[in-house]
Design a protein around this ligand. Structure first.
Ligand code: GLU
Length: 441
């Protein structure tokens, strides 16, 4: 059974860069009939809030992803404590007492000597008495994981065979001085506990994977398959960031974008699958093979989002928008089919539908007044259908000799107040004769 997880930190509203792994995990689960776990990585008490976590749930649902299970790391501390004790007993987790300042000085000294600024494992040499003395001074330990130093190899589902050389890394701190956990250990403990089979996440985590595989081994857990995807950047090539206030999924929603447009841009950008209209996330899930994810950057293009949003609306069936139209007081398929091709965002229909329901400000040029008066007189009797427009304009053409733009534009300007817009042959029967008479001068 495939089990994946998406593990956001609830330290802000999610942006497009966060939506990418949220969706790629979903696609993988759907393709393989697997389960999807939403894991809130909220061990950073200072920056995580319940409000942000709730917001993530809302945004994920809006995108069309429905997790099978939600867990919060803040509620799972007992599991991490147990793992911590096991690592200590196995000699893989050791207490360190250096302050940030001391570590900083050591790193500077190493750099000055042209050595890599790696933690020197001085704490491993402390005796019981040293530790007792340091603690008597009021120092509290933070805890480091003792890396093997052997190259860690894994077969990445996206990037292919990878090697992480943990010998060139500092032993990572897993537990802070105040006893709280950094991301690394809880992530592995949860992956084991929840039976995660595939870890699909951004490629900024490749070097963490080296450490995490060692922790999986130290805890005797099943090592999942890893898939590290390229990161999405903005149009200037800058990474999205919660802290720097990148446009959030909630912002896009408030701006009236379709969730499918956002989902497509977040997931398909930077792959060899074309950015085009898809009806459902499952359709993407079935077509997006991980082999199609590029190894280079994935650059988001806001202009492409606008084009895609419009194309999705132009292709959208009435049933998909019926409720939304109804809430605007717009009923019936005909008005949707008439107007959808002119929409950039769904809400544009609020203004556009006035072409049918009124009020309209007719635009009438002085030189067209006689022509429009004649048009009014020749307006066919009801019932009206799609042929009414051609009967009417044929009659006007015969009577005045006008054709092309000179014939059609004054009618369009009077009936709609605009130079462009929906097809008049379809608009006319929806507006009806009485309202047309009102709009003609
Ligand atoms: N909370 C981590 C992040 O948002 C999760 C990384 C992972 O998927 O393991 O980067």
């Amino acid at each position: 059974m495939t089990v994946v997880r998406w593990a956001p930190s609830p330290t802000g509203r999610i942006h497009l860069g966060n939506a990418r792994p949220a969706l790629l995990n979903w696609f993988y689960a759907r393709r393989n009939g697997g389960r999807y776990v939403l894991r809130m990585d909220d061990t950073d008490h200072a920056r995580s809030t319940r409000e942000f976590a709730d917001g993530i749930e809302v945004d994920l649902a809006w995108l069309g992803v429905t997790p099978d299970l939600l867990v919060r790391q803040s509620e799972r501390t007992a599991l991490y404590d147990a793992a911590k004790e096991r690592l200590i007993a196995a000699g893989r987790l050791y207490p360190c007492y250096e302050t940030e300042d001391e570590l900083d000085r050591r790193r500077k000294r190493a750099r000055a000597l042209n050595k890599p600024p790696i933690y020197d494992r001085a704490a491993l040499k402390l005796t019981d008495e040293d530790r007792a003395r340091l603690e008597a001074e009021g120092r509290k330990p933070h805890w480091r994981f003792k890396l093997d130093g052997k190259p860690v190899q894994f077969d990445d589902l996206i990037k292919g065979p990878q090697t992480v050389n943990t010998a060139s890394m500092s032993d990572p701190v897993l537990v802070r001085e105040d006893g709280s956990y950094l991301y690394t250990l809880p992530s592995v403990v949860d992956d084991i506990d929840l039976g995660i089979t595939h870890v699909i996440r951004g490629e900024d985590h490749v070097s963490n994977t080296g450490t995490q595989i060692e922790i999986f081994e130290a805890l005797g857990g099943q090592i999942p398959t890893f898939a590290h995807h390229n990161l999405l950047t903005d149009s200037e090539g800058q990474g999205f960031s919660k802290r720097l206030g990148s446009q959030s999924i909630a912002d896009f929603r408030a701006e009236g974008y379709e969730p499918m447009a956002i989902a497509i841009m977040a997931s398909i950008t930077g792959t060899s699958l074309p950015i085009e209209t898809y009806e459902t996330l499952d359709e993407i899930a079935n077509r997006l093979d991980f082999g199609m994810i590029s190894h280079g950057a994935a650059r988001f293009d806001p202009a492409e989002l606008d084009t895609l949003n419009a194309r999705l609306l132009h292709a959208m069936p009435y049933e998909a928008v019926r409720a939304r139209l109804s809430s605007l007081g717009l009923e019936g398929e005909a008005i949707w089919l008439l107007l959808r091709d002119n929409l950039g965002k769904f809400d544009d229909i609020k203004e556009l539908s006035k072409l049918v329901t009124g009020p309209v400000d007719p635009v009438v040029a002085d030189e067209d007044r006689d022509f429009l008066a004649l048009a009014k007189a020749l307006l066919p009797p009801e019932p009206w259908d799609q042929t009414t427009w051609s009967h009417w304009t044929d009659a006007l053409k015969t009577a005045t000799g006008r054709k092309g733009k000179a014939l059609f534009l004054p009618l369009r300007l009077a009936l709609t107040g605009r130079h462009d817009g929906p097809e008049l042959k379809s608009l006319l029967p929806l507006v009806g004769r009485t309202a047309c008479l009102d709009r003609l001068p």
